[in-house]
Design a protein around this ligand. Structure first.
Ligand SMILES: [Zn+2]
Length: 93
């Protein structure tokens, strides 16, 4: 699977960062490439959950863009237009 995103998490034993795919960290049992100690999926569960939350948040940001409330209820293409249309910038109304 080449399309899978790779993430870096620190090994709980040796603190080396492990750069692997998401599914690698989700395996029920894997071995740290650096110290070769056994890693169980539960050790990364919290980290992974946080990471996925962060990913979701950033994806939502990309989809929605920055929150734009157009001046006077109008949707402007750019802030320049918005400023010139009322002369007061974003703080009008
Ligand atoms: Zn390690």
């Amino acid at each position: 699977m080449h399309s899978e995103p790779q993430i870096a998490l620190n090994c709980p034993y040796c603190e080396e960062s492990i750069y692997e795919t998401l599914s690698w960290f989700k395996k029920s049992y894997s071995t740290c490439p650096s110290c070769e100690k056994g890693l169980v999926a539960g050790q990364f569960a919290t980290l992974l959950a946080n990471l996925e939350l962060a990913m979701d948040a950033s994806i939502e940001e990309m989809l929605n863009g920055q929150p734009h409330t157009g001046c006077c209820g109008q949707q402007s293409e750019s802030s320049d237009q918005r400023e010139s249309s009322c002369g007061k910038g974003t703080s009008c109304c």
